[in-house]
Write a protein that binds this ligand. Structure first.
Ligand SMILES: *[C@@H]1O[C@H](CO)[C@@H](O)[C@H](O)[C@H]1NC(C)=O
Ligand SMILES: *[C@@H]1O[C@H](CO)[C@@H](O)[C@H](O)[C@H]1NC(C)=O
Ligand SMILES: *[C@@H]1O[C@H](CO)[C@@H](O)[C@H](O)[C@H]1NC(C)=O
Length: 349
């Protein structure tokens, strides 16, 4: 069941991300090639390792843009080459082509297909936001230079991508223009305007120098700004950690002490019982001895008894001495009784 589900997802994603299903040498129609809804990714009827050629058949791809192109097994020999500098690999990946002069047709978001302006070093976007590539920009499928200055007319292109957030699907409009870096193209007036600074009123991210127009309508700090916490947070966390450790240790100590107390009470009880038995036994023996006085003087029995008694006595003393200490803390009356008994017994012998 799970495997089927997984397969379904994989095949679905394969179809979504890669391309069509036609293999090499199968007939296709370039007229069916399109950009996917929402992602604007190029799609053709041919599979991910072929492209639909002008002859109307799927042919192996002749170039790649990615270091690790999709659809090829790892270490495959048929991976097409990446293009040299001054060339580009089009979306359909047919073959490497020389970069295009400004004014020629280019593919969506493929600024790298356009020739750089002479002053590319001045115009190039080095912020990593992808405002242009080497000073050139592809807007509405035309190669331009991103050289429009403040107050001059500009061209922009809005692309509505489908994005997915916590609240589900939403439209993310990406607006690109040919203004110089640090300016944006105002949609209403179509002229380049200086980017707004922190706290200025804004209606879109592109207007802010920080690239972050807050929901309150003012430019906020860049979204990637790391969040710094006050010293008190660190103190609180440290106290929490130390407190947790101390609490655990105290809890364990208390629990352990309670258990030890219970065990000790049990052992004391046991000792008391044993001691009582022992005393009873002794008393019985004394009683028996007293009731038969003739045996007391009897040669064989008496000698026998004498030889046994010291052994018994010493063993008992050894055994009880440990517990006697132990008991002394708790309840010494029992122990005293025991001593008294033994004293009596010793006196008699
Ligand atoms: C496709 O056709 C070409 C020549 O027309 C041939 O060399 C090649 O082997 C064919 N490829 C497949 C997978 O059939
Ligand atoms: C930018 O354009 C110049 C001039 O055409 C070229 O020499 C340079 O290699 C380009 N830089 C990149 C990163 O393509
Ligand atoms: C700006 O770029 C356009 C091409 O996009 C070019 O025709 C024009 O001469 C450039 N203007 C300046 C001032 O470089």
């Amino acid at each position: 069941m799970r495997l089927t589900f997984l397969t379904f997802i994989l095949s679905a994603s394969y179809q979504l991300t890669a391309a069509g299903t036609l293999g090499e040498n199968e007939t296709c129609s370039t007229g069916n090639s399109r950009l996917q809804t929402g992602t604007f990714q190029f799609w053709s009827e041919c599979n991910s390792i072929t492209y639909c050629s002008a002859r109307g058949i799927c042919e192996p791809k002749g170039c790649r843009k990615d270091d690790f192109p999709f659809g090829y097994p790892q270490g495959s020999d048929n991976i097409p080459p990446k293009c040299e500098r001054g060339e580009f690999c089009p979306d359909e990946a047919s073959n490497c082509q020389p970069i295009l002069p400004q004014g020629s047709a280019c593919q969506l978001n493929r600024d790298d297909q356009c020739e750089a302006p002479p002053n590319f070093q001045e115009l190039a976007d080095i912020s990593g936001r992808g405002l242009n590539f080497n000073g050139s920009v592809c807007l509405n499928n035309v190669c331009l230079w991103a050289n429009a200055t403040v107050g001059t007319r500009c061209i922009f292109e809005n692309t509505p991508y489908i994005a997915y957030g916590v609240g589900g699907e939403f439209i993310d409009i990406v607006s690109r223009d040919n203004c110089r870096v640090g300016l944006y193209c105002d949609s209403a007036t179509q002229v380049c305007i200086q980017n707004k600074l922190l706290g200025d009123a804004c209606t879109a991210d592109k207007e802010c120098e920080s690239w972050n127009c807050l929901s309150t309508g003012v430019c906020g700090v860049p979204a990637a700004t790391p969040r710094h916490f006050g010293v008190w947070v660190y103190v609180l966390v440290a106290l929490g950690i130390i407190g947790g450790m101390a609490g655990t240790l105290t809890g364990l100590y208390v629990t352990h002490r309670k258990q030890r107390e219970i065990e000790r009470a049990k052992r004391a009880q046991y000792w008391k019982e044993q001691n009582a038995f022992h005393q009873n036994l002794m008393q019985m023996r004394e009683t028996a001895r007293a009731s038969i006085p003739s045996l007391n003087r009897g040669g064989d029995y008496s000698r026998d008894d004498d030889s046994q008694t010291p052994i018994l006595h010493s063993a008992e003393t050894q055994k009880s001495s440990g517990l006697r200490h132990y008991m002394a803390n708790n309840d010494s009356s029992d122990f005293d009784d025991g001593l008294e008994m033994r004293g009596t017994k010793d006196n008699r012998f």
